[in-house]
Ligand binder design. Sequence first.
Ligand code: KG4
Ligand code: ZN
Length: 330
Amino acid sequence: ESDELILGLETSCDDTSCAVVAPDGRVLGAATVSQIELHNQWGGIVPELASRAHIDKVLVAVDTALTEAGVDPARLTAIGVTRGPGLIGSLKVGVDTAQALGYGWDKPVLGVNHLRGHLRSADLEEKRVTFPALILLVSGGHTLLAHMTSSADIRLLGSTVDDSLGEAYDKVARMLGLGYPGGPVVDRLAKDGTASIPFPRPMLADGLNFSFSGLKTAVRNFLAEHPDAPPADVAASFVAACLEVLEVKCRRALRQVEAESLVIVGGVAASPQVRQRAEAMCTDLGVKLCLPPLRWSTDNGAMIGLAAWDYLARGVDVGLRPTSSLSLDL
Ligand code: KG4
Ligand code: ZN
């Protein structure tokens, strides 16, 4: 009962999510309202519709999380809310709500970097990450490698120069007529196919940056030339190219920095194929693999709550201005 608790709120994209989180990562209550059905009919996220749906659901998510936790707002230490990066209208709904609640409940409100939330998601429910760690973040909005020596010391090693990995999955899904979000469907379809098509592995040869736009275009061109190709084979070949790129970059990074563990976070970390490949690689290298539970791989309020604790511990206040693009260090 003497637990300190933070309310984490996340509305940067297409999930309205809230959770009550302790400093050690325990999640006492959580609720996520997904907008997948709303956006699915358009084949992608429509920002204006996203903002409106957040307005509709944000207080429901807050109420549900608090009720599940059995926590009165008076017991909260603070509120943490995603202030960026993300869709500006969506972010504004979260930030405005957090500010209003903070004012009403007389609680401090901390702006949280969404990327730092993902980076900490592998420590939700139980502590998994041991430092120093190599972090691979693969989401719909970002793809990057970072080196962490503590929850506060994060150094960016490389990132995508064009599309994110999740974006590539989503676009390939769209080409195959599979709907949104594409990651899970492409991943499932790929299991039944043969990786027989030699799609390119962009920027494989050197460095720690990524590029996925050329791979996406190669899939599009292939489909134009071979409209009757089995979709499962196309998906399997695409996934094989992605997995090889991820593995080569991780192995290269692990040769360059000291790391006890490899932490893979972000929506694409929910992929069973990504998880299997990472397990095999980590066994081979003797590196500890740390993965967030599936529920905390995609966007959620719990990771924002846990990251908010880091800001409190460091005494850092980055303000609350919603910001569409934000680097890791802010
Ligand atoms: O982290 P996230 O929920 O939102 C962002 O911050 O972007 O990531 C969403 C991305 C989408 O591109 C989605 O297609 C992908 O994660 N994703 C997956 C899987 N589940 C979600 N990709 C591959 N396999 C999955 N099972
Ligand atoms: Zn995210």
